[in-house]
Design a protein around this ligand. Structure first.
Ligand SMILES: [Zn+2]
Length: 446
């Protein structure tokens, strides 16, 4: 799929402009530093003390009443009941619960709700320019909703536009969460869509096809070179004889993908709904499995043993069922809703680590809290869900020392909500204050 945004062209253009290698390296290092939140132009330099009613710190499992948090140079300097206010601007957050900024490990900023425009039409009829502009608005809505970090899992036909959106956010062109992106993602030849055209029509696909030893190694490396922070592979897709999810890549191919990504210091995430594909992905060593609807007790036990986390993406299936006319009532639920509920049940029983990952883009950006509510509805405790959406997701990203906690040294990605989210998860919708890397991006009381 030749495209003007492939890394080969991008690097070639830099060379043509005669930039020195040092400039390029310096820029790459700079981007990496910003991505990790070690420095950000937007970070507030002055000390701020936030005084909420209580603090959820992400790891201790309870609210700390009467805590305050001191922020300096974009980072948390102190948190507790005896925080020094000297030389600091005090921001009163009366009656609110302060907590780490929320993390969603499965987003698609380059998609918008399917009841507005179907996936096929977004991939085939919307220009990359339109999609990137929409993504900027989506990013703003997401940050205002209290989600300060996203793992964006595939541009769905928009090439490396997700890398561009990440860079635009880092440069302050548009407000948005910290992004870790997957680039175009990798699918097995013949498995992915859009489909349904005669063989004389060349259709742009929602991901890049590659198979076998050499081609897979090259494609993984190409996507890493193009800016992917994670490598995403579709371990199955709905290409069975009756449109059911069936495995795509062999265990050997998946292992090759994981190993190639790992050599560069990156983890692999697998889309998988069928038990067979999930088992292959676990064996290959992926870090997370997305969806997991057809998971059996045996597969979930294997995931628990191997430390592979599950992003159940409950909200996406729920949204699609509603687009198809479901009224949301338990007794009229379509089969896929019951299947999802059973899979979450089995995963809980097996002790699988849950991510918070919603597949937002299928439904409205900024409505990410829907997944938190549905996880509670499916049997997780509010504490388990809040932990997953903060410190848990941070650990899966390998950023446990950077985000997801209210603790000294961590980036000041902080939100305040109206109510006690440990008592009622819906409080995560009542966001009144958002700070990203020390900069206030929303304060409703002001
Ligand atoms: Zn997705």
């Amino acid at each position: 799929m030749p495209a003007p945004w492939t890394p080969r062209h991008a690097w070639g253009r830099m060379d043509a402009e005669g930039e020195s290698a040092m400039t390029v390296i310096a820029r790459a290092l700079g981007a990496a530093v910003v991505a990790l939140g070690l420095a950000a132009a937007a970070a507030a330099q002055d000390a701020v003390v936030l005084k909420p009613a209580a603090v959820f710190d992400g790891t201790s499992g309870r609210l700390h009443a009467g805590w305050a948090v001191r922020v300096e140079a974009g980072r948390i300097a102190a948190a507790g009941s005896d925080v020094d206010e000297a030389g600091a601007e005090v921001i009163a957050l009366d009656g609110l619960t302060l907590m780490p900024g929320l993390i969603d490990l499965h987003s698609h900023l380059l998609l918008h709700p399917y009841d507005e425009t179907g996936w096929n039409d977004q991939v085939l009829r919307e220009s990359v320019a339109e999609r990137a502009i929409r993504a900027g608005k989506h990013a703003e809505a997401t940050l205002r909703a209290g989600f300060t970090t996203l793992r964006d899992l595939g541009s769905e036909g928009a090439g490396y536009a997700d890398v561009g959106v990440r860079q635009a956010i880092e440069k302050g062109v548009v407000d948005g969460p910290r992004l870790l992106v997957a680039g175009p993602a990798i699918v097995a030849t013949g498995s992915y869509g859009p489909k349904g055209f005669h063989d004389g029509v060349d259709v742009p696909l929602g991901a890049v096809e590659a198979d076998g030893h050499d081609a897979l190694i090259a494609e993984v490396r190409r996507q890493i070179g193009g800016g992917a922070d994670w490598v995403k592979v579709y371990a199955d897709y709905r290409w069975g004889p009756n449109g059911e999810a069936r495995p795509t890549f062999s265990v050997e191919e998946l292992t090759l993908i994981v190993d190639t990504a790992a050599a560069s210091g990156r983890k692999t995430v697998a889309h998988a709904s069928s038990a067979d594909a999930m088992a292959r992905a676990v064996e290959a060593g992926v870090a997370t499995i997305e969806h997991g609807d057809g998971g059996t007790a045996e597969v979930f036990r294997a995931m628990a043993r191997a430390g592979v986390a599950l992003c159940p993406t409950i909200a996406a299936g729920d949204a699609i069922a509603r687009y198809q006319g479901w009224d949301g009532a338990a007794d009229t639920a379509p089969a896929r809703i019951a299947v999802k509920r059973r899979s979450v049940d089995l995963a809980l029983t097996a002790g699988v680590t849950f991510c918070n990952g919603s597949d937002v883009g299928v439904f409205s950006h900024g409505d990410n809290a829907r997944e938190l509510e549905l996880m509670v509805d499916h049997g997780l405790t509010p504490l388990a869900v809040l932990t997953a959406a903060t410190a848990g997701n941070a650990a899966i990203l390998g950023l446990e020392n950077e985000i997801g906690r209210v603790a000294p040294g961590h980036a000041a990605d902080l939100i305040a909500v109206d109510g006690d989210p440990l008592a009622d998860i819906a409080a995560t919708r009542a966001v009144r204050f958002v700070m990203k890397h020390g900069a206030v991006v929303r304060h409703d009381a002001e």
